[in-house]
Design a protein around this ligand. Structure first.
Ligand code: MSP
Length: 677
């Protein structure tokens, strides 16, 4: 039978100054999935890389006084850069693509030309709104409070000759793809895409720019550069050799099994990317999985908010495996999760130090103490145990009916461990690494309970009478540990290597097959108590050290938008009616990840409703009772079917290239309706 292939990708990362724990989450999850498929013996291609073109990079390089290429080279290849971080985090990518690589650039030109030649790209005039930091074009109707619906920052008017991609032509096919197949996962993301983007009408997409040069030039029309998302998305195929000679495995690996991406870029991957592939006449990836965000204090982590968590600091403090484990154990992959140092330490202490660490150290120590490191021949998986394991696996369940002579705790432990692989596999195949880990830890916890039930130290008091039972108990513990270590390898590879060494697991009993073969470990395997794999963390000390370390990291560079030079006359200015308003109620708008719905007291006696695209910055409950500033004489606008009667005023700036937003809050002594002038 042909070896099964598995091609998975992470997004290619923007080379911002430093990647944070949110980016690390995305890559570590993809890595665990890649390692899982390798463990199963599949032919895996795991791709990651960097997305290096666009106006933002051009601007930053200019500020830094270097060429854009020199700028990205430093951040991608330099010390502490993207590649370094993935090396540190033990990321096992098979390939790394940079969109500035020559082969990719020339392939993009060919891809663009192919879509132009087949009539899907045409020349027109672009009039609309552009969000510089997001490098996204928006139509007026897509803006939220007149600002970028993705990041809430101001957009600028843009009008220029440009090429367009006939996205509208593919609307029906994309809707069918999303609604009637399992292409986009988790399923909960489908409605958001269909309702927010497809049903309002897919417009053709502007796919070239003339206002900057740092991009892939359209070779048949100098002056135009290819829209950065067309350039970036194509990486998934150019990295395999599509339209280039650098690689030759396009036919082998494409279509991808899965693109793992964060939720805010699902739109690009589930609408634009399939449409591009349809236009190129190429097969579509099998799945796009949109994971949630790691939040800090309820908001998206971003450098500008000063709430970025540095993976280097955490890895240095707790170890790479502990950090990898924490990310995937704690947060359900498809939804958002709140990061905190406390939670990290608690997970390390509970799961790694107490449960896993203790199981390994207690078991190996007892084999050393009572048997000099080698259990006696014949202690192991007696025929009855193997038969029991076989019975359990056949039934695929853990509720086995014991047979006469079975010892209840042996039955339970063996039944649970021998069937673990099936439950783990189901979870991993559903992109639910947190569930897979949960299953593994049920076995680890059962094994620890088995120690307490059998009290080996009591058995050891009379070796003549109980020696054989003691050896069998310890063997079962080693076996349960072995099965768990195999399945933990994709998550904490280095630690599992050490566990295998400590329990004397040979190469053949570290494999996927042997994870479902109870009794694979030799009876007389050489067991050695090694280093304590996961020392307990002293919570107070660690928190204090982390605080100090965070303080040591350089203060973020603050940037504000350049002030406008054109003037508005005083009368025009005075026509804008700014008022103090009090928040009576605030809630998330259903089906929108961005919008908050405010009910405001504006002093008129009638409630005013304003919608604001700031859900990623504030929790609704923290705003109730605050006094804010609103402009109240804008024409009402509908968003997600709700009317917004004005706009709330906030301050925005960027720090280290990322946005920061604060609602303007004024003294609560100011009454609702007071005019600001
Ligand atoms: N360059 C684009 C992707 C192009 S793919 C053809 C991009 N880059 S990014 O660096 O901004 O983000 C890369 C990935 O990191 C995204 O999947 C994004 O969701 C993820 N994360 C960034 N911050 C995150 C959190 N706070 N939490 C979880 N993932 C987050 O988008």
């Amino acid at each position: 039978m042909d070896q099964k292939k598995f091609y998975l990708t992470t997004p290619i990362y923007y080379p911002s100054d430093k990647l944070h724990i949110g980016h690390t989450y995305c890559t570590v999850a993809s890595d665990a999935i890649a390692r899982y498929h390798r463990l199963r013996g599949e032919d895996v291609m795991f791709l990651t890389g960097t997305d290096e073109h666009g106006q933002k990079i051009e601007d930053k390089a200019k500020e830094a006084g270097v060429t854009p290429k020199a700028y990205v080279d430093r951040i991608v290849e330099g010390p502490g850069g993207v590649r370094d971080l993935w090396k540190l985090m033990n990321i096992s990518n098979d390939r790394f693509i940079r969109t500035t690589d020559d082969y990719h650039v020339s392939a993009i030109q060919k891809i663009f030309k192919k879509m132009y030649d087949n009539g899907d790209i045409y020349k027109g005039t672009y009039k609309g709104k552009y969000c510089k930091p997001c490098e996204s074009f928006w139509t007026e109707s897509q803006l939220v409070d007149g600002k970028c619906p993705d990041c809430g920052r101001p957009v600028v008017d843009a009008e220029e000759e440009a090429y367009f991609f006939r996205l509208s032509k593919y609307a029906d096919k994309i809707q069918h793809l999303l609604e009637d197949t399992d292409f986009l996962q988790p399923r909960s993301r489908v409605n958001e895409m269909v309702n927010n983007f497809i049903k309002p009408g897919l417009e053709d997409l502007c796919v070239s720019r003339t206002s900057f040069t740092w991009g892939v030039p359209v070779d048949f029309d100098p002056g135009h550069v290819v829209y950065v998302w067309v350039d970036a998305l194509s990486n998934y195929i150019t990295a395999l050799g599509y339209m280039n000679d650098r690689y030759h495995d396009y036919a082998h690996y494409w279509p991808a099994d899965v693109h793992i991406v964060g939720k805010e870029i699902v739109r690009f991957h589930s609408i634009i990317w399939p449409a591009m592939l349809m236009s190129l006449g190429e097969p579509l990836p099998k799945h796009v999985f949109g994971h949630g965000w790691l939040l800090l204090d309820g908001g998206k982590m971003s450098k500008s908010k000063g709430n970025v968590v540095d993976p280097y600091i955490l890895a240095e403090h707790f170890g790479v495996d502990a950090l990898r484990f924490f990310l995937l154990r704690t947060f359900p992959f498809g939804t958002d999760g709140n990061f905190s140092n406390e939670l990290l330490i608690q997970t390390i202490n509970t799961d790694l130090a107490n449960d896993l660490g203790n199981l390994v150290s207690r078991t190996t120590a007892m084999v050393g103490k009572y048997f000099g490191g080698t259990l006696p021949d014949g202690c192991g998986a007696a025929a009855a145990d193997k038969a029991l394991a076989g019975r359990c696996q056949e039934k695929g369940c853990v509720g086995v009916i014991p047979e006469p002579g079975d010892i209840a705790c042996d039955v339970e432990l063996i039944a649970l461990a021998a069937t673990l692989r099936g439950r783990y596999e189901e979870a991993m195949d559903a992109y639910a690494p947190h569930k897979a880990l949960d299953e593994v830890f049920k076995v680890i916890q059962r094994a620890n309970k088995y120690i307490d039930e059998n009290t080996p130290w009591t058995l050891a008091k009379d070796m003549e009478q109980n020696g054989a039972r003691l050896a069998h108990v310890l063997y079962n513990l080693l076996e349960a540990t072995r099965v768990c270590a195999i399945l933990l390898t994709p998550f904490i590879p280095d630690s599992c290597g050490k566990i295998f060494a400590q329990i004397g697991a040979c190469e053949g009993c570290r494999t996927w097959d042997s994870a479902a073969a109870w009794g694979s470990l030799g009876d007389t395997a050489a067991v050695t108590k090694g280093e304590n794999l996961f020392p307990r963390v002293d919570v107070d000390k660690a928190l204090e050290e982390l605080e100090q370390a965070a303080g040591r990291s350089a203060a973020p560079a603050v940037e504000v938008e350049p002030q406008r030079t054109e003037t508005v006359d005083f009368d025009t200015f005075c026509r804008s009616d700014f008022r103090a308003v009090k928040v009576k109620a605030c809630e998330n708008v259903k089906k929108s990840s961005k919008l908050l719905r405010f009910t405001l007291d504006d002093g008129t006696g009638t409630d005013r409703q304003i919608l604001s695209g700031i859900a990623m910055y504030y929790k609704p409950e923290e705003l109730v009772g605050k006094t804010l500033v609103a402009i109240v004489n804008l024409p009402p606008r509908k968003m997600m079917g709700l009317e917004s009667q004005g706009m709330l005023i906030s301050a925005v700036h960027t720090e280290n290239g990322e946005e920061k937003l604060h609602l303007i809050m004024v003294d609560d002594a100011i009454p609702a309706g007071a005019k600001l002038c």
